[in-house]
Design a protein around this ligand. Structure first.
Ligand code: APR
Length: 243
């Protein structure tokens, strides 16, 4: 059921205060108010691009120029990007001991930039680059310049993001799964929950599940509260009710 925002926000604030173990799961909708496009929303990346064509390990191996062009563009869209109020509210809730951790699908690093410490990057990060052949870490500039690996010479540089067709970092996954299993409250923010296996994580939640999203999504579990609106605005409103 869709609550009126204010009533829903007050209910959420009450749940946060009552919960002894709150976990947050975020997606690209958490970053759009920082001018980073999402994927499946309006004007999202996948509106005109087939993700498998550009963001898969297959493309990395079979069409490096296309892979390199797409990720160079995504890295450039992150230049000068800053966290918005919503990121800071979540970081503040962690400082107050009111949320335990954030499991995110985002690769921007904005949660950490806003001061959140316990952040699980389930889809890796786009800020660091490694050679897919010798696994050495190289400078971002080398990747953007289209260089070969300065250690092994291969044309195999790539960001540390999880590509379609790759496994998620298992250590990060386990931490997120364990936290969500312990959670009395799971707050899901800005995700279509269309991508496996992250869209299975909420199934481990034993307590309440709350959705903050600017469109309703169909999930195979019930939400205790649905707040349909912009994450930044709703989190700003929430802050008033969580001392
Ligand atoms: N506030 C709240 N919700 C928002 C906002 C906003 N400001 N902006 C967008 N949204 C919603 C969109 O309506 C959509 O439902 O956030 C959701 C974003 O969904 P996706 O674009 O599918 O992003 P996400 O769920 O994170 O995608 C998962 O897919 O392509 C892969 O690896 C990529 O991590 C990504 C994964």
């Amino acid at each position: 059921k869709e609550d009126s925002i204010n009533k829903g926000v007050k209910n959420l604030a009450k749940m946060i205060k009552e919960s002894e173990y709150t976990v947050v799961l975020t997606g690209a909708g958490m970053d759009t108010e920082s001018n980073i496009p999402d994927f499946r929303g309006k004007d999202g990346w996948w509106e005109n691009i087939d993700p498998i064509q550009v963001a898969s390990i297959h493309t990395f191996e079979s069409n490096y120029p296309l892979f390199h062009e797409f990720y160079s563009m995504r890295i450039k869209t992150l230049e000068g990007v800053e966290p918005h109020k919503g990121h800071y509210v979540l970081a503040d809730l962690e400082k107050k001991g009111l949320i335990h951790s954030i499991a995110t699908q985002n690769v921007s690093g904005l949660h950490q930039k806003a001061g959140s410490n316990n952040v699980y990057e389930l889809h890796g990060n786009i800020r660091t680059i490694r050679c897919n052949h010798c696994n050495k870490e190289v400078k971002l500039e080398d990747f953007l310049a289209g260089e070969n690996c300065s250690f092994c010479g291969k044309k195999a540089l790539r960001p540390n993001v999880v590509l379609f067709g790759e496994a998620l970092p298992i250590d990060v996954w386990i931490k997120a799964e364990e936290d969500i299993k312990k959670s009395q409250l799971l707050i899901i923010i800005g995700t279509s929950l269309e991508v496996y296996p992250v869209n299975f994580l909420p199934m481990y939640a034993k307590g309440k599940i709350v959705l903050i999203n600017n469109e309703d999504i169909n999930a195979n579990y019930e939400f205790d509260i649905k707040l349909i609106g912009k994450a930044g605005e709703i989190l700003k409103e929430l802050e008033k009710y969580v001392e």
